[in-house]
Design a protein around this ligand. Structure first.
Ligand code: ZN
Length: 310
């Protein structure tokens, strides 16, 4: 079995409005789903992605307004990488600077990455690539020729880099590309969310909390493959959870040996299972088992205004 790469990345932040403003307005992503955390329904679960909410473009957030800050470090995803079209980096550097965001620049595997942080301190970066479909969720401010396509990949801050490498290669079926100084690179066959870099000498130990990534999810193409992965993980004693119903996909979770929480999520059914494609993200969507409590949730959850790209 081979994963196509990243399905989604989930992070914890504080203020939902600050989060929505940054990802929908400044980065120009589409809020494709506004729901609640199925395990803690008193907080939102917000999903942002490309226009159709494709796997490989989805970043999701649990905004807990009063949660203390965590620390980015080992046992976590370090940096989330977004792909932008070739020739668009000047546009993005100018745009981010206009919003007062400081930028860094680094090179790995012959690509230049522009690094910055979101308002909660999550580490993000942009890289120009030819691959990946254009994102038609565009606006006057961000036309399609500049729009973020989705994930280029991520860096993984493992406490045991070689054991994490083993699981990417031998459980998830990724292909080892090369080692360069501090990084091991793996790739998949997909055109988004397809390049994963394991950092070989990560610094401090990560602490969970706001401003950190909670987990990274890998794609399974259907439920059959998903079940097979669960069986394989059990055989290898990674102790996966039961299969959980997440409405938009099915999920299993396990800790890889480097301390990072991994999820495997099915591509189907996707975000149009309960909303029409043109209405994605416009309403608070609840799974059937929470629907009787809608009024209660709507009173607890703070109202959020969304900038729609179109
Ligand atoms: Zn997840």
């Amino acid at each position: 079995m081979k994963t196509s790469g990243i399905h989604h990345i989930t992070a914890i932040v504080n203020d939902p409005q600050v989060n929505v403003d940054f990802y929908s307005r400044i980065l120009g992503l589409r809020l494709v789903k506004k729901t609640v955390n199925f395990d803690r329904p008193e907080v939102y679960h917000l999903y942002f992605g490309n226009e159709s909410g494709d796997p490989g473009s989805i970043i999701t957030f649990f905004p807990w307004p009063k949660l203390p800050k965590g620390r980015v470090g080992t046992g976590q995803v370090g940096t989330t990488t977004y792909v932008v079209p070739k020739g668009s980096m000047d546009f993005w550097e100018n745009r981010l600077r206009e919003y007062g965001i400081s930028l860094t620049s680094n090179t790995r595997f012959n690509e230049t990455y522009i690094g910055f942080e979101d308002p909660d301190g999550l580490k993000l970066e942009l890289v120009e690539r030819e691959e990946g479909p254009d994102n038609s969720w565009s606006s006057k401010e961000i036309p399609t020729k500049y729009a973020i396509k989705g994930f280029g990949g991520a860096t993984l801050n493992s406490v045991q880099p070689h054991k994490t490498a083993d699981i990417l290669e031998n459980v998830l079926g990724m292909e080892f590309v090369a080692q360069e100084e501090n990084y091991l690179r793996f790739k998949t066959d997909a055109s988004l969310g397809n390049k994963l870099d394991i950092k070989l000498s990560p610094s401090v130990r990560g602490l969970p909390g706001a401003g950190t990534i909670h987990h990274i999810a890998w794609r399974a193409k259907d439920e059959k493959e998903h079940k097979n992965w669960r069986t394989l993980l059990e055989e290898k004693e990674y102790k996966p959870t039961e299969i959980k119903e997440r409405n938009y996909f099915k999920a299993i979770y396990f800790y890889e040996p480097g301390g990072i929480l991994f999820e495997i999520a099915t591509d189907p059914p996707g975000f149009t299972v309960d909303e029409a494609p043109e209405e994605l993200g416009t309403k608070l969507m609840l799974p059937s088992w929470f629907e009787p409590k809608r009024k209660e949730f709507e009173e607890i959850l703070p109202p959020i205004g969304v900038h729609f790209g179109k």
